[in-house]
Write a protein that binds this ligand. Structure first.
Ligand code: PGA
Length: 249
């Protein structure tokens, strides 16, 4: 069975709640499609107004992060139940910016992934190498380690519903998209890694996105690749271009 594409915007730390509603109203008619799942991952404070603004559309709202404990003395964190209570279905876990600026590790990523599944939230699990690692020829070794640790303790049935976002760090926000060959090679490698951890059926079911300077021009050539099931889009998700990316065909 063909995998349905999933195209997600990662808004990062952009858009106040009122700007978020305005942007959603602009994008709403542009991102209509039945061919792909469309997700807007927005800052925590934008989630509630965003959910209200997307009512009656094909847009799902996701979070950009969450904590791995249920509740308690974790000042500043958002719990999984807070997300599910308002209807959040997706959460980005382990984005490279969180790993770099907020000390996330493969271990905390794993805890968050397990917790997301426990609450029925679909994790968009991020992985990706630095430019140095690419130049050293260790890209796939590094990503296999990230993926293997992120999925420790995750069942095959859970993994089948997960989303992995391959985002080479050197391509994020730099305008430097990986070539289609580079992106396909790593996404294919991730799928083989999932087949090794689980089985072919799980590898066939899991959705793998490419992220890193995806734009309206590069999206079509990336999304036709056999192992690329959509994109995680930063900068271009804040512009009408996102409509073209979603309707890339
Ligand atoms: P970008 O960001 O599209 O602006 O490169 C992608 C991401 O970080 O998810």
């Amino acid at each position: 069975m063909a995998r349905k594409k999933i195209i997600a915007g990662n808004w990062k730390m952009n858009m106040t709640p009122s700007e978020a509603v305005e942007l959603i109203n602009t994008l709403k008619p542009l991102v209509k499609t039945e061919d792909a799942d469309v997700v807007f991952c927005v800052p925590a404070i934008d989630i509630i107004p965003a959910l209200e603004a997307v009512k009656g559309t094909n847009i799902e709202i996701g979070a950009e992060n969450m904590y791995y404990e249920e509740k308690g003395a974790y000042t500043g964190e958002i719990s999984p139940a807070m997300l599910t209570d308002v209807g959040v279905k997706y959460v980005i876990i382990g984005h490279s910016e969180r790993r770099e600026y907020f000390a996330e590790t493969d271990e905390t990523v794993n805890k968050k992934v397990l917790k997301a599944f426990e609450h029925g939230i679909t994790p968009i699990v991020c992985c990706g190498e630095t430019l140095t690692q690419r130049e050293q020829g260790v890209t796939m070794d590094f990503i296999r380690q990230q993926v293997k640790i992120a999925f420790l303790g995750v069942t095959a049935d859970q993994a089948k519903t997960a989303v992995i976002a391959y985002e080479p760090i050197w391509a994020i926000g730099t305008g430097k998209t990986a070539t289609t060959e580079q992106a396909q090679e790593v996404c294919g490698g991730i799928r083989r890694c999932i087949a090794e951890i689980y089985d072919e059926a799980t590898a066939e079911a899991i959705r793998i996105q490419y992220g890193g300077s995806v734009n309206a021009k590069t999206a079509p050539e990336l999304f036709v690749q056999p192992d690329i099931d959509g994109g995680l889009v930063g900068g271009a998700a804040l512009k009408p271009d996102f409509g073209q990316i979603v309707n890339w065909k």
